[in-house]
Design a protein around this ligand. Sequence first.
Ligand code: SF4
Ligand code: SF4
Length: 388
Amino acid sequence: MKAGVEPLVNDGFAGEATKRTLGYLQKQREKGKNIVGIYCSYAPLELIRAANAAPAVLCAFANKTIEAAETVLPANLCPLIKSSYGFIKTDTCPFFAISEAVIAETTCDGKKKMFELISHIKPMHVMDLPQLPDQQEALNNWTAMVKKLKGFLETTFNRKIDDKDVEQEIKETNVKNRLMNAVFDFAALTPTPLSWLELYDLTYLGQAATTGDMIALLNECIVKLEKRVAEGVYHGEKNSPRVLVTGCPVGGDATKVFKVIEEAGGVIVALDSCTGMKPFAGSLEENTSDPYAAVARRYLDIPCSCMTPNTSRLTELDKMIERFNPDVVIDVILHACHSYNIESHKIKEHITGKHKMPFLKIETDYSQSDAGQIRTRVEALLEMVHKK
Ligand code: SF4
Ligand code: SF4
């Protein structure tokens, strides 16, 4: 963002999503909330909040802990899993340290097996995630898992979770998601008044913060963004190529890809991943006879590549393309993430076929060694669409 423009979030941690979120969680802990570590967008946040707890995201994005992780884990494993495990092995993860329990899901094989290695450290509850989301049994089974999680949280924290509280959390999530999407709508403008870093910061904090705090913050952001638009403040150049980034979760050291895109003259207008807009898509059904089934339905709709078939990823991408009007799509795949890597072929055919849009797949990890090669490929891609 250009110098002199008021940041969207004023707390001294601008651009440091993890520090801001950690500080926030520490304050929540002091206020008496329990902290529950989570590893995935499938973790049902409404139940965690209804148990008077706050979620701490334990997925890690730093290269520095990978060497320690590789003393136990194979080197040819996804860096997200290695980094997350490495932080625990070296006892340096402040989010894990303040977590009193951990919720895990059977998503990809690497995560599932890594959970076994850490399950003795803190109370851990593994949810069996059905992976054929279109089948009726999937919803029934996942609803059963959501109800089992309720039992785990009640036992661990010795507190009853009331159905009314879950219903209230459903309603609050819907309000928060609507506001988050009102912020995303500004990214859809041409030129866009906010940067990828601001989007990333907000979505990172948005997982951990209480709905009430987030609603207040998002309302402030909307006022600031309206002011930016009124004053003609925008990010990048008016004719910058607009980029939609999809694929694996990207954070920390992997944001080198986002930095390269910007340095190459692109503007990222949509972040379609679990560290971006995906967790805030859709809504939960309100006022049903079974709020746990309503929670299960919403989470089962998340289009992760661990699902088969994962057709809703294509329909969600169509909606994002219509909404954010990108010129190119970049699919970021973390090394050894087989499911996103294999799915990338289908995404490419969809983007270049149906949407007639340039597409680039970038396979990377958390080291900086490939930054130059990524730069060359991104520059060539953006050159194809650069608007005069
Ligand atoms: S990409 Fe899939 S496995 Fe990873 S956090 Fe998202 S939903 Fe979970
Ligand atoms: S990026 Fe892929 S391999 Fe890594 S944790 Fe997520 S789903 Fe698993």
